[in-house]
Write a protein that binds this ligand. Structure first.
Ligand SMILES: [Zn+2]
Ligand SMILES: [Zn+2]
Length: 124
């Protein structure tokens, strides 16, 4: 009998919507929350997840922040959270100059994906 198992990186958009005036670009926008995690799978069935990171992305200019894991968990549970600017930790990244391109399907993105969102090929 052969066991097929693997460790992968997954992401999930949380059901969250908050409108705000963006402190970066000054436009009216909204926050979107993305959870990223590692998971262990056996026969392609995810068994457990760990190393969850919660990201907040603005809908207006795509600025990326992280939030504390505890806060992320509460949002994932469906609690009604009002995000404050003090909750957001800006991800220091050179958004405008670092485009990543998937070597397999040519998908280009400004985001720091570990795996191509289009074809799941590892991005370097
Ligand atoms: Zn903005
Ligand atoms: Zn790709």
């Amino acid at each position: 009998m052969i066991f097929i198992f693997g460790i992968s990186n997954g992401r999930k958009d949380l059901n969250f919507h908050q409108t705000m005036v963006c402190s970066v670009c000054g436009r009216y926008g909204s926050y979107k929350i993305i959870m990223e995690y590692m998971f262990f799978s056996l026969f392609f069935i995810p068994i457990f997840k760990w190393n969850k990171t919660y990201y907040v992305k603005t809908g207006c200019c795509g600025t990326l922040y992280t939030i504390d894991r505890e806060l992320g968990k509460r949002i994932a549970r469906g609690e009604n959270i009002d995000l404050q600017e003090t909750d957001l930790h800006k991800v220091q990244r050179n958004w405008h100059y670092s485009m990543k391109r998937c070597s397999k399907c040519s998908f280009t993105t400004r985001e720091d994906y570990k795996y191509c969102p289009n074809c799941a090929n590892p991005m370097d």
